[in-house]
Ligand binder design. Structure first.
Ligand code: GCU
Length: 727
């Protein structure tokens, strides 16, 4: 008898076990309040219920499978608790067989409330609650493959490639409650004994067809079958990953720089209750931009998405949500989430590294408990997987001689110089310093990005203005920085898509992190998206005119930027003579704007058969709606004009200079406390981080205030007060 599976989609849902409404699973109760700002989305326990009319026949066994219940769940049948699970991103199963009466009431209590044992508890994304992935009934014969342990697929495939002999040794392990199992790989079948519920067979593939990244992601399959008829299968790929502190990442023996993006699993209006089509659309966008890697942050994603990465040859960074703040009582949960991640995702050829944690020192000091937690996670990964490296994504304030960096096999840093603080060039300096100080260490760039709202535009873009133009400048700098540092094993833009972070309220949007290269609804590819497409996608010829949404321009002359993967671009403006440029990726033209024809200018970019068009209009006064940080915009002009008394303090002094003075220092402390409150609970928790304070200390008060959106009047006022304090 083959195993049978079917989904349970129709459920009753309630927040109080009184008022019930019909919902369809996958479902989350935060699809709206988790995306609208205010950091007030409903976090707590909610209930899903339905009846089951399952009859056990012929000694078969019946299980329930939950692919994603966030953030923890308890399963009741006829009021009896059968099982509970802590962790919102991995599969768990419950056996029902002995408890079924033929018509049974199933209730699942799901909780996404605050607590001190289940990760994540502090991070820059919405912790959606719900049965947000499929729930299935699985019926198997009496003798069946393992289903309960860590949500296992019951089969584990370890392919070891020998590039010289172009062969692969493939070890297949299965777990079952039967005497023997027949395993088939590449058309070769073998029956092997099961000892203590475990069976193993080793196959040799000559002239192996490698899983070779985006060029040729070839997949094999392994099938295991029991005499009872239970049958399982998995796909696998034969590839070899290499890491070198000078060459970076290697795929199948050749240098293969991983250049890509990060992704969260949510969507405008749907939250994290995504369907297969949503995953397929996202992988198409990753293909279009030309990325060869994706960091699936900050937790285990849907099996559908790992499958798509296997099929498309996208190398994956997989991780658990051990993030921002270390919790003494959270150790067991990090280990169980890691055990489940490795057990459930081990067979995916696309996965190259296991991420132990993300910015865990942002709101926590590096103490023995934190270090030990990482050592245990690192050891667990190495015990369960001899073939992959472990990695950490470190917060940019973490000292590069911190002992925690010694624990994982390799490291990467999240750097936000030129956005959160400091200047873009500090990124270049950071890696140059790091690489010269630790030439033997393998280092990567796990996050970098700048928020942009497609409604905001400027011809003088600057950090903190949330314009599309600044996001382009930011990424042009980073692309160049990366291209000149080939030793970076992987780089991941934060983020491919805008995503929900209900604690945020900035950049003209509520509850959204806008560092995406594509908007949250997947409808708009921001201009910066095409910068990376021009640099990475060498298959699909195109030209892209930037600034289509920056239609109205109040200036005599304006910049027209074209991103293209071609090496020659022509620009046609109205019926003026053709302008041409040779180059790569970024082509920048400047054109005069005249008031002729109502100031309307038709612009066309051409390269071979590729074209793109837009219209811009010369206007007399700047378009107000293009400017977010109205305060910052005026501040520029005002401050440049002011004559300050140099013997007294002013906002032109750095934070550490002001802090060093008792009177000026006190004033500053009061302001800082207020400023960080608006950046959500993550900023609140990191503000006291000593390394961050050192970095901020080097910044002028003016750039810090502009960064935090302070308006002109309050900056004037502070400057007046500081001008009253002698140095
Ligand atoms: C951090 C963090 C992300 C966050 C990002 C940001 O580095 O890892 O989860 O979204 O910064 O502030 O945009």
């Amino acid at each position: 008898m083959e195993r049978r599976e079917f989904k349970l989609t129709d459920w009753q849902f309630s927040k109080d076990k009184e008022n019930w409404s019909s919902v369809s699973v996958p479902h989350t109760w935060n699809a709206v309040d988790g995306q609208d700002g205010g950091n007030d989305y409903y976090r707590g326990t909610c209930y899903y219920k339905r009846t089951l009319d399952l009859v056990v026949q012929n000694g078969e066994k019946i299980f329930l499978e939950f692919d994603g219940a966030a953030m923890s769940a308890e399963v009741f049948l006829n009021g009896i608790s059968l099982a509970s699970h802590k962790g919102g991103f991995s599969t768990f199963r419950v056996e029902l067989t002995e408890h079924l009466k033929g018509s049974d009431e199933l209730v699942v209590a799901v909780d996404n409330g605050d607590n001190a044992i289940i990760y994540p508890q502090k991070a820059d994304f919405t912790f959606y609650g719900g049965l947000y992935r499929d729930v299935k009934v699985i019926t198997v014969p009496k003798q069946h493959f393992e289903l309960l342990k860590d949500g296992t697929p019951g089969i584990k495939v370890t392919p070891i490639v020998d590039l010289k002999s172009k062969s692969a040794t493939v070890t297949v392990e299965t777990w079952q409650n039967d005497e023997s199992v027949t395993i088939t790989v590449n058309g070769e079948s073998r029956e092997v004994p099961s000892v203590g519920g475990h069976a193993e067979a080793v196959f040799k593939i000559e002239n192996v067809h490698l899983w070779d990244g985006v060029e040729d992601p070839y997949l094999y399959s392994a099938v295991a079958e029991l005499k009872s008829g239970d049958k399982i299968s998995t796909r696998f790929g034969c590839r070899e990953f290499g890491f070198d502190s000078e060459k970076g990442f290697l795929l199948n023996g050749r240098v293969y720089p991983l250049r890509g993006v990060s992704r969260h699993q949510d969507l405008k209006g749907k939250g994290n209750a995504l369907e297969k089509a949503d995953h397929e659309r996202d992988i198409e966008i990753i293909k279009e931009i030309g990325a060869n890697t994706v960091r699936l942050a900050h937790y285990q994603h849907s099996q559908d998405f790992y499958d798509l990465c296997d099929e498309r040859g996208i190398v994956v960074w997989a991780e658990i949500p051990y993030i921002t703040m270390h919790m003494k009582s959270g150790r067991e949960n990090t280990l169980s989430q890691m055990r489940e991640l490795l057990t459930q995702c081990y067979n995916h050829p696309s996965i190259a590294v296991w991420g132990l944690s993300n910015e865990i020192t942002a709101a926590s000091v590096v103490n023995e408990d934190l270090l030990e937690n990482h050592r245990l996670l690192n050891n667990l990964c190495h015990e369960m997987d001899k073939t992959r490296k472990t990695v950490m994504a470190n917060v940019f304030m973490l000292e590069t001689d911190s002992p925690i960096l010694e624990i994982p096999d390799i490291n990467s840093y999240n750097l936000y110089f030129g956005w959160y603080l400091g200047e873009l060039e500090q990124t270049d300096e950071f890696f140059d310093e790091y690489h010269s100080k630790y030439p033997e260490r393998i280092i990567g760039f796990s996050e970098y990005g700048a928020d942009s709202n497609v409604a905001f535009h400027s011809s003088n873009p600057e950090k903190g203005d949330y314009t599309e133009e600044f996001q382009c400048l930011y990424h042009e700098h980073m692309l160049n920085m990366i291209e000149n540092r080939p030793y970076l094993w992987a780089t991941h833009v934060w983020n491919l898509f805008d995503f929900a972070a209900d604690g945020r309220d900035e950049g003209g949007k509520h509850g959204e992190n806008q560092k995406g290269l594509v908007t949250f609804d997947r409808q708009t590819k921001k201009d910066a998206f095409y910068l990376y497409k021009a640099a990475w996608n060498k298959k699909e010829s195109f030209v892209h005119l930037c600034g289509k949404r920056y239609e109205k321009r109040a200036e005599e002359e304006t910049e027209i930027k074209v991103y293209s993967n071609q090496d020659h671009v022509s620009l046609f403006v109205d019926n003026w003579p053709e302008m041409e440029l040779d180059g790569s990726t970024v082509f920048t033209f400047r054109i005069p704007l005249t008031a002729e024809n109502g100031g309307v200018h038709k612009i066309k970019a051409v390269s071979g058969s590729c074209t793109d068009e837009m219209t811009i209009i010369k206007v007399t006064k700047p378009e107000e709606s293009y400017v977010f940080n109205k305060a910052a915009a005026t501040v520029n002009n005002w401050f440049d004009a002011v004559e300050n008394d140099p013997t007294c303090f002013s906002v032109a002094d750095t934070l550490s200079e002001l802090r060093a003075h008792p009177q000026a220092g006190m004033i500053i402390e009061q302001m800082m406390a207020k400023a960080s409150a608006s950046r959500g609970d993550v900023a609140e928790s990191v503000k006291d981080n000593p390394a961050l304070q050192r970095m901020m200390g080097r910044m002028t008060m003016l750039s810090l205030l502009k960064q935090s959106g302070a308006d002109e009047e309050s900056i004037r006022q502070l400057n007046r007060v500081l001008q009253g304090i002698k140095k």
